[in-house]
Design a binder for this molecule. Sequence first.
Ligand code: NAD
Length: 478
Amino acid sequence: MSSTSPFFINGAPAAGQGGGTVEVRSPGTGERVGAIPAASAADVDAAVRAARAAQPAWASTNVWERAELCHRIGDELGERVDELARLQSLEQGKPLAESVADIEEAAKLFHLHAEDAVRLHGETMPSTDSRKRMFTFHRPVGTWAIITPWNFPLLMMAEFVAPGLATGNAHVVKPPENTPLTVLKAMEAFEAAGVPAGLVNIMPGGGQAGEALVTHDGIDAIGFIGSSATGARIQAAAGLKRSVMECSGNGPVVVLADADLDAAARAAVDGAYLCAGQVCCATERVVVHADVHDAFVEALLREAGRVVLGDPFDAETNLGPLNNEGVAAKMDRHMADARERGARILAGGGRRSGMPTDLYYEFTVVDAVPEDSLLSREESFGPVVPVITGRDDDDLLRIANDDKLGLQGAVFTRDMGKAFRFMEEMAVGQVVVNDSNSWWDVNMPFGGAGGRGTGWGRIGGKWTLLDMTDVRTGVISV
Ligand code: NAD
């Protein structure tokens, strides 16, 4: 990545004025991957102006034109998967195979939303007045501030920009401070696809740049993916701007007495090592029925043996380093608290010494986790499977719902009646039956359960198109 073009404004790499420096270090090796200026308020202003200037003309194109552009972006990203995946693993730390899957999914999102957009249609409604005809159609909201986290740097940006472009919006994206390079590099694909100047602008920087962006008068709406604490700060600062908020998760994996325990253990482990557990729908809490506890934990330890911690570029590795010292320190705090409260650490439990950086965390299994411990109460965001035991189905449901961050949940059972009970009564946005909590699909509406601190709006399929457009109503007197 060229250090002279840290921003992308109005369709071209730009030097900008800068407001401090963003240094990117590889979590895997500690090497400095890049250092770029953070966006200043003046840079943010230039990007927002460019977006506002470009948006009306884009909104007036027909949807087939917009869909074609999205398909071209998908194709161009598809041709750069290897290069982008390598850069992402370097700056993010996740195993290369995961990065490849992320970039492929980002490309797929542009194709998916191109196809969704041409099918987005309104409705006609009967009127109480026989001389009136009423109908709805969808209009783009306008210029969006897109604020994203470091766990899926390009994918999370694509989750908003693909549906946003397809429906006629413009975007100013602030990628995360410690993983901005993949998104900047991806602009080469956007340029090759012929994205009109101003529709996608990239402004790396930290919270200050983010706040300047979301509070800018020229921003109509905010697409945020990140922690609940930052989401709340943004909402307080940005007032009544339209928003999609995708925040933290502490989702439960519930194992009922009739579950296939090997499948449940496999899925719990999968959901804890993917992206080193730094996923909003990771295995954060496993709530297991007392009758099958011992057999389940035995299966869990067997499955934990599959996890190979190491260099993200080694094909054997399926658990890379954590991304930054902040998440590693949080894991340390959660483990110290678990020890103090008498939880039993059955595997791992700390950082592995002798690695190139201090960010390599052992795959960890903890049993007898108290309900009031940090592992249970907070999103851990690390490679850990915390096991909590419940007496019966009611108790399992109570424990599952005893947290505000139930973004996504999973339940393991062979009984369809029980599966439906948990699907209906767990306080989460989506429930996976008999697979990992970390399972998702581009075509499913992903998001938090209302009013519980995990945010609102939906990422995926036609639902994001609905979130990024206004329903406009026409009334005709005949
Ligand atoms: P974070 O909240 O620290 O940062 C997210 C983004 O917000 C970053 O780009 C950051 O620079 C920016 N930011 C920080 N302060 C800001 C401010 N005052 N105004 C505007 N922007 C500001 O989160 P993170 O540590 O980067 O990401 C991890 C979190 O993201 C986890 O809690 C995870 O669960 C969540 N997440 C949620 C989803 C979802 O779909 N619900 C997906 C991925 C990650």
